[in-house]
Design a protein around this ligand. Sequence first.
Ligand code: FAD
Length: 414
Amino acid sequence: MSFDTDEETELILESLDEFVAREVEPIVEELGDVYTNPRKGRRENGRWTDELLEAREEIRRKSAEAGFYAMNLPEEAGGDGISPVTWYRAKKHLATHGGGLERYALAGPEGPKPLLLQAEGEQREKYLEPVVRGEKSTAFGQTEPGVGSDSPNMETTAEKSEAQRASERSGAAAERDGDEWVLNGRKQWITNAPYADFVQLFARTTPQEEAGRYGGITCFIVEEDEYELGSYNNAVGAVGSQAEIVLDGVRVPEDRVLGEVDEAFYAAMDFLSLGRLELGAEAIGYSEYLLEAATDYVTEREAFGEPIGNFQQVSTKIAEGKAKTYAADAAGLKLAWKMAQDERTVMDASILKWFATNVLWEVADAAVQVHGANGLAEENPYMDLVHQARILRIVEGTDEIQLNTIAKSMGITD
Ligand SMILES: Cc1cc2nc3c(=O)[nH]c(=O)nc-3n(C[C@H](O)[C@H](O)[C@H](O)COP(=O)(O)OP(=O)(O)OC[C@H]3O[C@@H](n4cnc5c(N)ncnc54)[C@H](O)[C@@H]3O)c2cc1C
């Protein structure tokens, strides 16, 4: 393994910077405080204004046209098949811009994930390909009011419709037209639920007693006009991005099953490392951005007749952040490299996710502190990144769940 950035990756990173300057910055400038002031860019319930949504969609579409958006997916799915190492570097690099609208230039929770690569036949044309092209967006629906970390205990169910059961009882092969699943339950905190064209939604199809803890769960493609949107789940730092999905007898045809019936949880587990790699990359990129901003500030700002960076209590905060960010980046590269070799990465992914997001939390706090009152100012990005750090430590497996996974991988617990 080499720690050097190869020529192809170098070119991608440079082109991404050019894309941000050419396509994203003018949009941000035009939006003005609709973008920078959350009170102006959101409706009363938290929903993003149309202007903001259009801006996000435009960035996504243009990035897909330029070949960036889903370049980590295989070529047969419309991506570029770049390695996890290059994807890691690209995600991290984009985050060093500071976490603005440019983040939509590379597929996130609203974009295509490997789970969607299970799409077959018409599903590919209708769902996978438009998402890869940035024309449609999606969401991943797992969390419920009663379960988050313990997601296999989900209460949302999907049952075959009466018509289908009757046709199966009569021994006739179920007619495709007559095949339906009926979904009941409630999801919450689903990123992009208010704006997605369809959700990849998890429901229990066979009871745990029969299928085991991780078996018996199926992923369904549910279109946006088929589910009811409940309340917005407005997290500090992500207002308007998450919402509830209410499923009250929602009927979907058999061909909306994504992947195998009863196997969705195993399929999702196969892709956990990628999600953790992406979040780790994002956290490290933000940390690098903050360290640079803090360094600039403390070398210019003066107190007691000298730059505040001369005070050891100030410089140490930044130096510690630098050392930890450096170590987190090494962990990120190692995980990406192991993924590229198709090695087992369960523990590496948890180490990166836990460490990188906690480093960001410390670095963001330090960045606020060394900026004094300016660190708290709404127009500065520092508190936003404190909120992002807090979010990143909870989504896709909390700190505690990552540490549980590490302890389990070490053979301490089972
Ligand atoms: C901004 C945001 C975006 C999100 N996007 C999505 C999305 O797109 N799709 C989706 O499905 N979900 C999404 N979520 C939900 C997220 O995945 C869950 O919040 C997360 O998994 C934790 O679940 P929970 O909130 O129910 O907490 P709980 O599981 O109730 O945990 C509460 C606390 O108990 C601790 N805990 C629980 N079990 C253990 C244990 N075994 N050992 C030690 N400690 C434990 C947890 O670590 C946590 O500190 C999102 C959440 C947020 C905030």
